[in-house]
Design a protein around this ligand. Structure first.
Ligand code: DP6
Length: 349
């Protein structure tokens, strides 16, 4: 017999960034972060997990290619999930798996991203969140989303924010064992559904410096990071929560752009410096800044993760239409600078 579960998890984009760990093994951050979850129709991971007594070992495939499961992060998540597994019964098929059996049975895991892997499009977030969620369902875990988020966090920090839709905060926590470093939902999918998210794919190549090693180097060498984590982010988190609550786009966009720019400043303050944005990214920033200043109030917020792609958040559909017209004007279809656009929504109910 084989028992299977399939789940789909959207990616999330941080508007107040997570950058820097205080514990590398447990993945505990140096500051809180806030993200918006995308509509799974556009950027998501789909994972099928299967268990069968005929499987000889745990195996995993990503986009059809077998990958190693021996990495510490997959193993931490698997260990946590197996230790919480419960009895499962499928009466129709006559299958009964007891809590104790899960330690002996092997798993096959197949995962697909509908977007480029490791191009700074937060693929690890959706991937690890889906890994934990689908295995949690298969093994009948009783944990709620927040408790699952603490497991996903040990796979990839940003993954903990992908277990909820809408707006999500990852609370850094204080405990040494990480038990209070969990994600919570700030507002659900129905809140502020005017927003439209457009990703301008500047490059779909794999990034040069992974987030993990990049943030390690930043923690070791940047003084600006200490200042950011202690003095800037705590206030920004409160301001961002208020902006989201009040659907205040002017504040939301100011905070989002400032925080993205400060994150990249911290990368530049790292020794040796890390450059995630390129000339095209900088041009996009200038275009948006100029446009926002020419209007009565801002129309679009921009944010960049560990890569050159721009995540653009338009205040409504009209602003999104204007944004595309502008991008097409500055980057005509035959230009080498922009590969494509992915037009998405904030997660919807
Ligand atoms: C720039 O979650 O990919 O996207 O915890 O080492 O797996 P690890 O890093 P990861 O870092 C994401 C960094 C970011 C900002 C963010 O998503 O908050």
């Amino acid at each position: 017999w084989v028992m299977m579960v399939t789940a789909q998890t959207p990616t999330n984009i941080a508007v107040i960034k997570y950058w820097g760990k205080r514990d590398e093994t447990l993945i505990l951050p140096v500051n809180d972060s806030i993200s918006v979850t995308l509509d799974p129709a556009h950027l998501c991971t789909t994972t099928t997990v299967a268990v069968s007594p005929t499987f000889q070992q745990d195996r995993m495939w990503l986009n059809g290619k077998e990958i190693s499961l021996s990495g510490g992060r997959f193993q931490s998540c698997l260990r946590e999930i197996r230790s919480r597994a419960c009895d499962v019964e499928d009466k129709k098929k006559g299958i009964k798996i007891s809590k104790e059996d899960w330690g002996k049975l092997h798993l096959h895991i197949a995962s697909y991203n509908n977007f480029p892997t490791a191009a700074g499009l937060a693929s690890s977030a959706a991937g690890l969140a889906c890994f934990v969620y689908s295995l949690g369902k298969l093994m009948n875990l009783k944990e709620d989303e927040s408790q699952l988020s603490a497991i996903a966090r040990q796979g990839s920090g940003s993954a903990c924010r992908s277990l909820y839709g809408g707006f999500v905060k990852w609370i850094m926590g204080k405990e040494e064992n990480g038990s209070d470093s969990v994600a919570v939902q700030l507002a659900d999918e129905r809140h502020w559904d005017d927003l439209v998210i457009i990703i301008a794919v500047v490059s779909s190549r794999q990034k040069e410096t992974s987030s993990t090693s990049g943030m390690r180097e930043t923690v070791e060498t940047s003084l600006l990071l200490q200042h950011r984590a202690k003095e800037i982010v705590p206030k920004r988190i409160l301001q961002m929560e208020e902006a989201i609550r009040n659907r205040d786009f002017a504040s939301f966009s100011q905070l989002t752009c400032n925080d993205s720019n400060q994150f990249h400043a911290v990368c530049l303050d790292t020794s040796p410096p890390i450059f995630y944005m390129n000339d095209t990214s900088h041009r996009i920033i200038s275009i948006i800044e100029k446009w926002n200043r020419s209007e009565e109030s801002p129309q679009v917020a921009y944010t960049f993760d560990a890569g050159p792609n721009a995540v653009l958040i338009a205040r409504n559909r009209k602003a999104a239409t204007h944004l595309i017209q502008r991008l097409l004007y500055y980057f005509p279809p035959n230009s080498d600078d922009l590969n494509s656009y992915i037009i998405g929504d904030k997660s919807i109910a």
